[in-house]
Design a protein around this ligand. Structure first.
Ligand SMILES: NC(=O)c1ccc[n+]([C@@H]2O[C@H](COP(=O)([O-])OP(=O)(O)OC[C@H]3O[C@@H](n4cnc5c(N)ncnc54)[C@H](O)[C@@H]3O)[C@@H](O)[C@H]2O)c1
Length: 328
């Protein structure tokens, strides 16, 4: 196979971004089709490739070897199952499915051979900052970790965002990256929140605070604040027995003037994680072309993150009670 012929499903913010990155920056990749229920969006993102208004037609297209799924969370499961059953490698954006039950059902339907075709888009694993954190923990440079502090803030939430979506759509990244950093599964969680920000839409508790306890005894805090207004910010500090290690705020320039020194913030996640998306897509294409196991998060990792998210939501609905995470 000279180039991997890729179909992208969902041509919104992420799908259009992935299609552009695949075309511009990824060796061995060719975007041959884009599908979106909104055909005009599919055509715009296709940039001359085939455009479909039906994801299943794209999956059946013989000119598509592999599929990137960046559609709405609620339709990931059906699209993953169809693409894997068609024998196509899949990179599905997080989450695998909105609920743990649906995620488990996907793994049952595709079986062990299908699982080998499935990768999940937990791109923080490819972010150079997170990779350096993990390396430093492994090297023992800060001693054994005892705490991890995570902060995830956005400018404004989608109009229909809910308290539960803040977990399954946003904190799901920490549900994956914390156990990945520590090499230890999350076994227990709890949820707490301050008064609701006046900027939050009805039905959304914003901000929220989560505690994740991993099997190694490390406690992690996660602040998720979708309407923080001032910029898109992701922070992570690992506190060890001999020191701490933190992500730095990525900035290319500092502006000094008017008695102040400042750097800018991204408006959303795309500039912050551009390197991570590119490295993730390259790793995916390389492994599919080589017929090698995925180096990305797997379907099982997706189900494990959903099990943590589900426990957090159970705690949210149960006055913040400490809640065990079901074995995925
Ligand atoms: N990894 C990350 O950092 C990250 C960041 C943002 C979003 N995401 C995930 O990526 C996915 C897309 O998010 P987005 O921000 O681009 O959303 P979006 O709303 O901008 O785009 C989703 C697109 O999917 C299309 N769509 C909906 N149902 C479809 C169907 N049945 N078939 C084909 N197309 C369909 C919509 O018309 C829309 O164009 C979501 O699953 C989201 O959770 C991941």
């Amino acid at each position: 196979m000279s180039a991997l012929r890729i179909g992208v499903i969902g041509a919104g913010i992420m799908g259009a971004d992935h299609a552009n990155t695949l075309r511009r920056s990824i060796r061995g990749a060719e975007v041959t089709a884009v599908a979106d229920v909104d055909l005009a969006r599919a055509k715009a993102a296709a940039d001359g490739a085939r455009a479909y208004d039906d994801a299943f037609a794209l999956i059946a297209d013989p000119a598509v070897d592999a599929v990137v799924i960046a559609s709405h969370d609620s339709v990931h499961a059906a699209q993953v199952v169809a693409a894997v059953k068609a024998g196509k490698a899949v990179l599905c954006e997080k989450p695998l499915a909105p609920t743990l039950a649906e995620g488990r059902q996907v793994l049952r339907e595709i079986g062990d051979t299908g699982e080998a075709l499935l990768s999940l888009g937990f791109m923080r694993r490819f972010d150079p900052g997170y990779a350096a954190l993990r390396q430093a923990i492994d090297d023992g440079s800060i001693g054994a970790p005892v705490l991890v502090h995570n902060v995830s803030r956005g400018v404004s939430s989608a109009p229909n965002a809910t308290s539960e979506f803040s977990i399954t759509g946003s904190a799901i990244h920490e549900c994956d990256v914390v156990p990945w950093l520590l090499r230890s599964p999350v076994v227990e969680v709890s949820w707490v929140a301050p008064r609701r920000s006046a900027q939050a839409v009805e039905g959304l508790q914003d901000p929220q605070l989560i505690h994740l306890r991993t099997a190694d005894g490390v406690l992690s805090t996660v602040e998720t604040f979708l309407n923080a207004r001032y910029g898109y910010v992701v922070r992570c500090e690992v506190v060890g027995e001999n020191g701490t290690i933190s992500l730095t705020e990525p900035a290319r320039v500092v502006v000094e003037g008017d008695l102040a020194r400042s750097t800018g913030y991204a408006a959303d996640w795309r500039p912050r994680f551009a390197d991570a998306y590119r490295l993730e897509l390259q790793a995916w294409v390389d492994s599919v072309l080589a017929g090698a196991p995925t180096s990305l998060a797997t379907g099982r990792d997706g189900v494990a993150a959903s099990a943590v998210a589900e426990a957090v939501i159970a705690s949210m609905h149960n006055a913040g009670r400490v809640t065990k995470v079901e074995a995925p």
